[in-house]
Structures are given as C-alpha cells and as structure tokens.
Design a protein around this ligand. Structure first.
Ligand code: SF4
Length: 343
C-alpha cells in the first residue's frame, strides 16, 4: 500500500475537481481517513483506501513548554521514532520538522547527533508532521504558515526527499505555504547548497549552521566527514547568493570557552565580508551529558558587540521550548533503541 503524501499533488490518483476535493480533505481539513471524505463517492473512497494510506506514524506523546511550544513524539510504521516542534507566536504559527530519524552529522553539542543515524524520512513522513501537529493543536493545517527544516537530521543529506516535501508544502492546492516562510538549515553541505541554488524556482530560504569561524574549533564541534571545510562552505554560500540574490542566515550556537572568544568574533566578521547575511547567536540549549555549556550573557553580549561594530547584521536568538526539551539541539528520543528500529 502506498503512502499518499509521498506523492507530489500533481501525481495524485484523481483528476480535476475530484483531485481538488481530495487535496482539500487532506491539507485543508486535515482528515486522516478516506472514509471521512464524504463528498467523494463511496466506491471511490473504498478504492482509494485499498491502494493508499494516510497515516505514517502514531503520536506517542506531546510535551508542552511554559512558553507555548509543544514537542510531538511520533512512532513510524517501522517502529523508529522522531519528533517535531510546534511554536506559536502572537503573529504566526511555526513548525520545526525532522528530515531524518537521528542524524549522521554528529554535532557534539546536539542531542540528536548523539543518537546516531536511523534513516531518512520519506517526503510524506516530513509533510505528515505538519498535518499531525495541526490536528494535535486543533487548527487547520493551512494555518501553519512558517516552517523550518531544523528538527532531527541534516536536510541536505536527505536532499531529494526534503525537496519533494518542500514542493508539496508550497503547492497552492496542498498547504500553499509561502516560499519566504520556509527555511532549510544545513550544517554546511557545499554540494547541497549549490543544488539548492540550481533549483531556485523553489525559492526557500537557506540557513547555514556555521558555529565556528576557524577550522580547528569547527572540527571539534562538528566532527564528521560529511562536513566541508569552512572555505568550501563559504565558497558555496557566495555561489548560492550570486544565483539567488537571497540573504543567508548563519546560525552560531554559543558554547562557553569553545567558540565565544573575541578573536573568533573578529574572524567571523572577516569571514562574512562581502556576503549578505544575518548571524543568529544562539545560547546553547542544555541537555544532560552534552559536555558543553552555554556562553555567559556577558560573553554573548561582547561577541554581539564585536560583530555589530564591524557591520555584521546580528541578533541573539532565544530558543523556544527549552523546558520541554524542544529547543534547538535538544531533540532526542526518550527511548534510544528506537533509532535503529523496534523490529
Ligand atoms: S545540529 Fe542538526 S546537523 Fe548537527 S547533529 Fe544536530 S540535527 Fe544533526
């Protein structure tokens, strides 16, 4: 049986009016069974239910933060588990979705990286997180207007599935998200950054998790062979900007005594010269056993001041959902065996 959400909406099994009805049930109403699609003929509903399913996972639990963020934990059909995070703001509803179970990038400060890698999620498993979270919050899926590919996983290492998921999310008859409100975050996969530039019709935003301006510190923080050198990443970023003209966000997790020295702020400013970018300084979100601490408020301010004085567009980003284990770098399952599957 095929998972309907793995298909691009243009490849749905119905034509014209009927296809629009089906899309509206799935993405407009968030309906999880064909049986509930009452304006489709009964025989058609039966036929669809024999060939396709609509639910790739079960919701296991939700953890609510005092700031309103909610972490959703799902079990996939093969027994593996993964998470998504819902972040309501006054003016917008945002979701952070996973693209993998676990992550092979192994960033040393990240709880997901410590889990290891389970598998890539399918396009439908990525998109279904939006539908499931909307259902859990009692809102229509199309009310979620902002999406970041910043949950579990390195999206550029699951490139094709992530791109198809993005195309489904942006499709006007599916979720109809604005490309300006969808951001893909990468630890710095130069080949993927160039591919994204080449697929510029998609038009989604790019964030690069740089985390250090010098090779030695970066290798300590991101010790995987998947990662290109800083020079290669910056070359890809410049190429991306030359093609798209879009500003790039640089994510920088502030780690006490590791990447928060004044000389590193100066080096970062130098590195970003000539690139239209915005730097997000992110105080590290704590988790047991990480071996890292967040930089102090004073150190973050000093780092900010140095960048600002050198003309860098910079802000300090306060993560949401810290107390629910839902903030950046905190996503990790409570049952580690699920990374490699329950079977
Ligand atoms: S920070 Fe992102 S890329 Fe790095 S290990 Fe965590 S999930 Fe993977």
């Amino acid at each position: 049986m095929e998972f309907l959400l793995d298909l691009h909406p243009d490849a749905y099994p119905l034509e014209g009016f009927r296809r629009r009805q089906l899309l509206d049930w799935v993405f407009g109403q968030g309906v999880g069974t064909f049986e509930a699609m009452t304006n489709l003929p009964a025989a058609l509903r039966t036929e669809l239910a024999e060939k396709y399913h609509l639910n790739p996972f079960k919701l296991i639990e939700t953890v609510r933060s005092t700031d309103g963020s909610v972490k959703y934990l799902f079990t996939l059909q093969d027994g593996r588990q993964m998470e998504a995070v819902y972040m309501p703001y006054l003016d917008r509803k945002t979701i952070c979705v996973s693209t993998m179970v676990g992550c092979p990038a192994k960033c040393a400060f990240c709880a997901t990286g410590a889990m290891g890698f389970g598998r890539n999620l399918t396009p439908g498993e990525i998109v279904a997180q939006v539908l499931a979270v909307a259902g859990g919050e009692g809102i229509a899926p199309r009310e979620i207007r902002n999406l970041v590919f910043m949950g579990m996983g390195e999206a550029m290492l699951n490139y094709d599935h992530t791109m198809l998921a993005a195309r489904i999310l942006l499709h006007p008859q599916a979720l109809g998200m604005s490309k300006r409100r969808v951001t893909l975050s990468t630890v710095g996969i130069a080949k993927g950054i160039r591919r994204l530039a080449a697929e510029d019709d998609l038009g989604i935003k790019l964030a690069i998790s740089l985390h250090a301006p010098d090779e030695e510190t970066r290798r300590r923080i991101i010790p995987t062979g998947h990662v290109n050198s800083i020079e290669e990443i910056m070359a890809a970023a410049h190429d991306y900007q030359a093609v798209t003209g879009r500003r790039i966000t640089m994510e920088y997790t502030m780690l006490r005594g590791v990447n928060d020295h004044a000389w590193q702020a100066e080096l970062l400013a130098e590195l970003l010269r000539g690139l239209v970018s915005h730097v997000n300084l992110i105080p590290m979100n704590p988790w047991a056993g990480s071996g890292f601490e967040s930089s102090t408020e004073e150190q973050i301010q000093t780092f900010y001041d140095i960048l600002h004085a050198r003309g860098v567009d910079v802000s300090v980003r306060r993560s949401r959902g810290r107390d629910a284990g839902a903030a950046c770098g905190q996503l990790a399952l409570k049952r580690p065996q699920a990374v490699t599957g329950a079977a």
